[in-house]
Design a protein around this ligand. Structure first.
Ligand code: DGY
Length: 305
């Protein structure tokens, strides 16, 4: 069996994969270019992919008819053309569950950094700006008694909801593709937890942003294109909303330059699941899916088109 891993993963997962066959791991410290990916997968029975790999019919063709599984090391799988792979009898799997708490923690971390001006305060001190304590200095917004609007009531959305309740917030949920005008109109925080699909692309556009309260904060830890980033910069500059915490970007790894200039924006480089424990679990889960399929069983975490 030939197993291709498109970017370094934990050693524990590699040990499991090596027990199944010959494992090739990209040593490049960057995503593989489409051409490199095509060459790398040739002859693969299994591909362990990352969210930045575009896996479509051409990649399946480049791999060959023996390809059995593409195991994405992510809960999101918008980078994979699932129907094209299903047509060729290739299983697609993801890594749900193991990153729920890590991602919810990061969403809440962004929210606190934003509402309590933690990142801004840190920048102020590092810039060696003069300051002194006074009662009106760098006031933020409290969360208690406020409304948390969660778009996408899946595992991560509900985990954020539990954290919000612990902070004394009222929590309202809306479905994946319809951010319910009512939620946008009333929420003090809008946190996005829906997958990226054709229906959710630019779900938060200029109209949605205009519907939000002027005092509301937007948190995005799902996928960048769920938000129209240029419309978001416009809305922030026009004070249509109070701030944004973003872990994901529309044209990742690029960030809309206007967002980099704003103090009421907190940015992290797609760190939602980035803990040692979680990333190890994600890789192990991908390896278990590969093992299940290559040994003739059913995948543990199949995704369907
Ligand atoms: C995912 O799993 O989809 C995250 O974006 C990265 O862990």
């Amino acid at each position: 069996m030939r197993i291709v891993v498109t970017r370094r993963i934990s050693e524990a997962a590699l040990v499991e994969l090596r027990a199944l066959g010959e494992v090739w791991v990209s040593e490049a410290d960057r995503p593989l270019e489409p051409e490199e990916l095509g060459k790398a997968v040739a002859g693969a029975d299994a591909v362990v992919s990352m969210l930045h790999d575009r896996i479509d019919a051409s990649v399946a063709e480049a791999a060959g008819p023996q390809l059995r599984i593409v195991a994405n090391v992510a809960v999101g799988y918008d980078n994979i053309d699932v129907p094209a792979l299903a047509e060729r009898g290739v299983h697609v799997t993801n890594t749900p569950g193991v990153l729920t708490d890590a991602t919810a923690d990061l969403a809440f971390g962004l929210l606190l950094a934003l509402t309590r001006r933690i990142a801004e305060g840190d920048r102020l001190l590092r810039a060696r700006q003069p300051w002194s304590f006074h009662l009106g200095f760098m006031l933020g917004s409290g969360l208690q008694g406020k409304t948390m609007g969660i778009v996408g009531a899946g595992q991560i959305g509900r985990a954020v909801g539990r954290r919000a309740e612990a902070f004394g917030m009222r929590v309202v949920y809306s479905g994946r593709s319809d951010p319910k005008e009512e939620l946008l109109r009333t929420a003090d925080v809008v946190s996005l937890h829906c997958p990226l699909t054709p229906e959710t692309r630019h779900l938060i556009d200029a109209d949605a942003l205009a519907t939000m309260k002027h005092t509301a904060f937007l948190i995005n830890t799902t996928r960048g294109p769920v938000v129209d980033e240029s419309a978001l910069a416009d809305a922030l500059l026009a004070n249509e909303i109070a701030g944004a915490g973003l872990d994901v970007f529309e044209h990742e790894p690029e960030v809309e330059p206007r967002l980099l200039e704003l103090d009421n924006v907190v940015l992290t480089p797609h760190l939602g699941s980035a803990t040692v424990e979680t990333r190890t679990e994600m890789a192990l889960l991908a390896a278990r899916n590969v093992e299940a399929v290559l040994t003739g069983g059913e995948p543990v975490n199949p995704v369907h088109s």
